[in-house]
Design a protein around this ligand. Sequence first.
Ligand code: CP
Length: 307
Amino acid sequence: MSSNSLVSISDITRDEILGLLERARYFEENPNSKILDGRVVATLFFEPSTRTRLSFETAVNRLGGRIIGFSDANSTSTSKGETLKDTIKMVANYVDLIVMRHHLEGAARYATEVTDVPIINAGDGANQHPSQTMLDLYSIYKTQGKLSDLTITMVGDLKYGRTVHSLLMALQYFNPTFNFIASKELQMPEEYKQFCREKGIKFTETTDFSEDVINRSDIIYMTRVQRERFTDIMEYERVKNLYTLHNSMLDNSKPTLKILHPLPRVNEIDRDVDDNPKAYYFEQARNGLFARQAIITRALGIDPLAK
Ligand code: CP
């Protein structure tokens, strides 16, 4: 296994997180260079994606590297029965880095066990999405001027939403206060609440998305109900539209509040929020380019800041 892999946000330290944010800032100021000249990166997406795949690929292109890969596993030999192990071993013959998304929790970790080529987890089931976390942290830092001592309200599908699981773990270093707002069916899993207890992280948990909690928040992190993770579609139908943020709900919120969402959204944020200066989700997605340039260069052992 390559130590340059990024499978879980818990693979990296507080200092490494801060180093990646510094790199992301560098790449925002210097998005184009040839520092990946001669390097080939594979993007293997066994699950659909718009932002993650395209921003990883844009990141490689802007740094002068090359991309191979697929966005539909049905067009590959997986459809003929090739195993994940064999697929990873084959692709590792051709490239310097593999970025992969898979519906199975643990798939990226497994991939690190069958190759020495670094693996970046671009989302594994309901488990982790560490590159999303880096762009989320970068977005929080840019908008709040700090990462520490913030009140962060997570709303929606906290059970299957891998982005909130990764973000919660990363914020352990920065003394957050969390508000978890979800229906009974989609609450934050016990393992993450236990993680908070063990780390001394303050959190509240409620089904009520009240003005009071909105007005106390520095960040509201909305999430989509992950239809693709439900085994019972009737249960999905019951819970899919329980939480929608409307512009009028922000009237008495902090002037510095920002609304984040990993996207895609369905009905969680009314379009009437989009023109509110507190809406930050499209800029957040843009920050993904710089955060992923930082992650890719770390994985390849290239330091853009070295003189
Ligand atoms: N945020 C995110 O992972 O978006 P995509 O599914 O479009 O990659």
